[in-house]
Design a protein around this ligand. Structure first.
Ligand code: Z5A
Length: 210
């Protein structure tokens, strides 16, 4: 299999501005004449979107950590093999709102599932496939919560306490520190215009060096 497109993921704790900055990155790619798609996880195909609904719905029944983890990877397998890889093979860039880094951060850092177990599933589902570049939008947890929480009913993840999101943020920052060539940390606590400028110049530099 020859992969010709570029796979860029956007990560961060809730409300840091991933959707906003993906739209901004899409505009930058359009201006540069790059052919691309925008997608998200969990989701990105009709079946994977159904799994997303299962995962996000608040429910009375406690959700087992392993159930949550396996559903994340079930959605990912469907998304990866039926959408992401075919798009990359046809030469398109793929911008994805969250990918496996979110699993290490949320199910690993947040829920406490050992990283080695997540890494085993990552190898099983993805082989050696990883994002080419990860844009980590980083801001204090409270900043994102304030931005996100005026949207109405909270989903199952959004109902978690601040400490859960602090562990997630820490895990993201540790992963970024361990692989600085692939992770780009953007200060998402800045005013919107400044974050957008940082993301636009990052996208421009990725296109120019591709
Ligand atoms: N999850 C998981 O557990 N494991 C996995 O493997 C994966 C996912 C893949 C769904 O993700 C949940 O799935 C997620 C983790 C879990 N749960 N949580 N929490 P999601 O990405 O769909 O949900 P989210 O993280 O909650 O995203 P979000 O709330 O939609 O936030 P966002 O996309 O990062 O932010 P936004 O919508 O772009 O911005 C939020 C608001 O802030 C909006 O009004 C903007 O106009 C405003 N904004 C944005 N930037 C700024 C700046 N710089 N200043 C001021 N205001 C701003």
């Amino acid at each position: 299999m020859t992969i010709r497109g570029h796979f860029i993921t956007f990560e961060g704790t809730e409300g840091v501005g991933k959707s906003t900055q993906m739209a901004n990155a899409a505009t930058a790619l359009e201006m540069l004449g790059v052919d691309f798609i925008v997608t998200r996880e969990p989701g990105g195909t009709p079946m994977a979107e159904s799994i997303r609904e299962l995962l996000l719905a608040p429910r009375d029944e406690p959700v087992n950590d392993m159930t949550e983890l396996l559903l994340m990877f079930a959605a990912r397998a469907q998304h990866l093999y039926t959408r992401i890889l075919p798009e990359l093979e046809s030469g398109r860039w793929v911008l994805c709102d969250r990918f496996t880094d979110a699993t290490f951060a949320y199910q690993g850092g947040g829920r406490g599932v050992p990283g080695e177990q997540i890494a085993q599933l990552e190898s099983l589902v993805q082989g050696s496939f990883r994002p080419d570049q990860v844009i980590l939008l980083d801001a204090p947890v409270e900043t994102g919560m304030i931005r996100a929480r005026h949207r109405g009913e909270l989903d199952r993840f959004e109902q978690e306490a601040v400490a859960f999101f602090e562990r997630i943020r820490r895990t993201y920052l540790e992963r970024a520190a361990a692989d600085p060539g692939r992770y780009h940390i953007v200060d998402a606590a800045q005013p919107l215009e400044a974050v957008s400028e940082d993301v636009t110049s990052l996208i421009e530099s990725l296109v120019h060096r591709s």
